[in-house]
Design a protein around this ligand. Structure first.
Ligand code: SF4
Length: 104
């Protein structure tokens, strides 16, 4: 399980820079740079209408990852100890990225 810090505070699942989902997917099968990855689990919290009072943010979560050329990718699963997702203000998943991606 990976520790995740996320700066995409306008995501529905974000609470206190942590994710309230138990598992996420990072996309970017052909990715060779961080910008070519994205958080496929992103959902825009339009106008901040939704407050995540029902869920507690996860300290560690499962990360399935399509960025197979990343140094931390093991069989489409993230083996990094800690990752950062960025892209605050995003309105689409493609405007987020995995800031820990490192080409093999
Ligand atoms: S660090 Fe690499 S393997 Fe882990 S989520 Fe980011 S791109 Fe995927």
């Amino acid at each position: 399980m990976t520790k995740l810090e996320c700066s995409v505070t306008n995501c529905l699942h974000n609470s206190d820079h942590r994710c309230c989902k138990q598992a996420i997917i990072v996309d970017g099968h052909e990715a060779r740079t961080q910008e070519e990855t994205c958080c496929g689990s992103f959902d825009e919290n339009k106008e901040g209408a939704f407050q995540n009072v029902f869920k507690t943010p996860e300290n560690r979560l499962e990360i399935d990852c399509e960025a197979v050329q990343c140094n931390y990718n093991e069989n489409r699963h993230c083996a990094a100890e800690h990752i950062g997702i960025s892209g605050d203000g995003a309105s689409r998943a493609e405007q987020t990225l995995c800031a820990t991606f490192k080409m093999r």
